[in-house]
Design a protein around this ligand. Structure first.
Ligand SMILES: [Zn+2]
Length: 484
């Protein structure tokens, strides 16, 4: 049997259908079996490409038929010549005829003599559809560039319509545009009201932030340097969680980033949120500089992990005999519960006292236990201001752990930008990739958004493509030397 698929053109306002010889595809099944059931991937791709080519060329033809006369005076335009224009769509590349005409006499002045007008190019400033850009960006945010490109080529008739390099450039441009969009938002942020009039945001359930380190591209020049990426996640009482991320060295103000994220997700200027974080380096300063974050709570998960490490090293220590082991372990556990009840300084005293007791023994300072106990007290001392009564918070049903932020970092970083995959990044490349990934994971990327970003980019042409003053670094366009 043969299935013949034809294209027929029907007028918009009549029922008549123009018979044509537009056979798009003939699907043939020679034997009477179900072995080859339905359209194959190859047949489907070919059919889609042909339908698209037919539709696009007919649409362009139809549009051009309305462009033969001057829009101002109605005089017929003089044809000059015809060029061809390549349009890239999700269903393949389509080449269309694009005539050039002489500009109308009515537009002619002494200063501007007759010129050549290219109506199609003037209207279709971008030769790629936002849908194709969206698909490229979305899949490259999930998969390495090569895999994303190969996957799209396998399911869609995109044979030469997309390339690995194009996908990489697309992510870079889009990341830049998303970043510029955030910066524009920051400029418009409302002024926060005085602290006396504020209330805790009822809409945000928890905000937690953590950071991760990615391998740097330029190991030869700067072997010790890593790319520090910060990722945060907010959960809401009435909606799915949202993420945000940035590379620390790529933003002018981390606090403004946090405020933009909170404001965009519905935190009003008279509301405040409490942020849970680990000892994430610079992050304490971020919260202090923020207009919408009120305070920082040290993450219970990280505290508990540090105590647990100390307790484990008691077991492995040869210096402490089995009879004494339990009392040392209890001492550490007691210090932990003091922290839980908001008595951080007493916990530090307690672990210092234990440390002093053990210091009398020879060789103690070379043991893991010494190291772990000092890590705990150092950690508590450095973050004393972020220590709260975790127990009371927990009883009130307030969040105490940023283990959800751990998953935020994992979500943004691990699968796509992971260290395990041997990927190396520049600050800029990682930052732009993070913007695209966050937009995809938050469900905020769509062909329409891409279109809007492009419009904004052309309006704010100077911001896009230009490096921020004094921060120009030569990098390749992808921001990543290990091509994947
Ligand atoms: Zn005219």
């Amino acid at each position: 049997m043969r299935l013949i698929i034809e294209a027929r053109l029907a007028d918009e306002d009549s029922d008549s259908v123009n018979d044509g010889d537009g056979v798009l595809a003939v699907v043939e099944r020679r034997d009477r079996s179900l072995a080859e059931l339905g359209l194959t991937l190859v047949e489907g791709r070919l059919l889609l490409a042909k339908v698209q080519a037919e539709l696009v060329s007919k649409q362009v033809e139809w549009w051009l038929s309305g462009q033969t006369h001057c829009q101002r005076c109605g005089a017929a335009m003089r044809h000059k010549d015809s060029r061809s224009t390549v349009l890239r769509t999700v269903y393949g590349k389509v080449t269309v005829k694009s005539p050039r005409v002489w500009s109308c006499v009515c537009e002619r002045t002494v200063q501007t003599p007759q010129r050549v007008v290219h109506p199609l190019s003037k209207t279709l400033t971008r030769r790629v559809t936002p849908e194709l850009e969206y698909l490229q960006a979305k899949w490259a945010a999930h998969l390495p560039y090569r895999q994303a490109t190969a996957m799209l080529k396998e399911v869609l008739p995109l044979n030469k319509g997309i390339s690995f390099g194009g996908t990489r450039d697309r992510i870079h441009t889009l990341g830049k545009q998303l970043d510029a969009d955030i910066e524009r938002d920051i400029e418009k942020l409302p002024h926060a009201v005085a602290d006396v009039q504020v209330r805790e945001s009822s809409h945000v359930a928890a905000v937690s932030v953590d950071s991760a380190w990615l391998r740097n591209c330029d190991v030869n020049r700067d072997p010790g340097r890593y790319v520090n990426i910060v990722a945060g996640r907010a959960t809401f009482t009435d909606g799915p969680p949202k993420l945000y991320a940035y590379v620390h060295r790529e933003v002018t103000s981390a606090a403004a980033r946090l405020d933009q994220f909170l404001s965009r997700n519905g935190v009003a200027s008279d509301e405040r949120v409490t942020v849970i974080s680990d000892d994430a380096g610079e992050f304490a300063k971020t919260v202090e500089g923020s207009r919408l974050a009120r305070g920082r709570v040290l993450d219970w998960f990280h505290i508990a992990m540090k105590f647990q490490a100390a307790q484990r090293s008691v077991f492995g220590s040869k210096m402490i005999d089995s009879l004494e082991r339990e009392s040392v372990e209890n001492e550490i556990a007691n210090a932990k519960w003091l922290v839980w009840h908001g008595k951080g300084s007493r916990a530090v005293e307690r672990s210092k006292a234990l440390d002093a007791r053990l210091l009398t023994r020879e060789g103690y300072e070379f043991h893991t236990l010494w190291w772990k106990l000092n890590t705990v007290s150092g950690y508590l001392k450095n973050n004393a201001r972020a220590l709260v009564n975790h127990g009371a918070r927990h009883r009130k049903g307030l969040p105490i752990s940023s283990s959800i932020a751990e998953s935020a970092v994992n979500q943004v970083v691990s699968h796509r930008m992971a260290k395990k995959q041997q990927m190396r990044w520049t600050d800029e490349g990682a930052h732009y990739m993070a913007q695209v990934r966050v937009a995809v994971l938050n469900g905020e990327l769509s062909p329409r958004r891409i279109c809007a970003l492009d419009v904004a980019a052309s309006r704010h042409g100077k911001c896009i493509g230009a490096a921020p003053p004094g921060r120009h670094r030569p990098t390749n366009r992808s921001g990543c030397t290990t091509m994947r």
